[in-house]
Write a protein that binds this ligand. Sequence first.
Ligand code: ATP
Length: 251
Amino acid sequence: MVQELLIPSDHPRRVSLEIRERLVECFRKGMVVEQGLIAHGRGEAYDYLIGEKTTSTALNAIKTAVAALLLAKEPVLSVNGNVACLCSKEIANLAEIINAKIEINIFYRSKERIKIIEEELKRYYSKKIYGVEENNYAVIQELSSARRIVDRYGIYLSDVVLVPLEDGDRTEALVKMGKKVIAIDLNPLSRTSTTAQISIVDNIIRVIPLMIKYAQEYSRVNREELQSIIDNFDNKSNLEESLKTILRGIR
Ligand code: ATP
């Protein structure tokens, strides 16, 4: 209601403003931290430059990511505060279709925040949520402090991990552990985008619904065809294309 009053339905950048309002609401609930709001602002700037739409380059990465997740033995979708706020329902739907685990993996860790994120996910997802039980915590050796914690039966065990809006250190550490890492990050220059094997340079709001669409379609495709989608993908040149789109946006 408040949102309707603040943002007129005919506003040309309504969706972007609604997302902003939603994040502020999640911040007030304790799901999103201050740093998450700043990270979103960084993302918004890049989104503006790519034209606030999914580019063909991003779509290419999205299709490859879905193929990799469907071929994985232990796929995991990592969820932080911003992700939970913006697309819990869609993440739950995607996890069901590709038979992936969901793990809460947050940078600024507190029991309360994990509980709030878990409650949000539980509105749409009835299976076990990883990253919650302290008894199952394992550590990523390359990292220090609370950022090193993962679930021994989730990300620690996984072969393919989707890390939306992730920090560069953790992405690098996951790659060093031998995981295939799929990033969703609007910044093609971030360490996350440049380190991940599949980097989707697009807004998570648009990405997850498209992943759901292709997951439904590719569930009927044989393994050889899925593998050939992965083999034909070149992350480095895909990232260069994303940069060119941004440069065109600036011009
Ligand atoms: P890195 O450590 O990877 O070099 P960083 O310090 O920016 O980069 P974070 O702040 O943890 O790391 O990363 C958050 C990233 O998420 C940012 O690059 C930001 O552009 C991106 N981002 C924020 N909101 C969205 C969104 N809605 N969709 C996609 N990406 C987003």
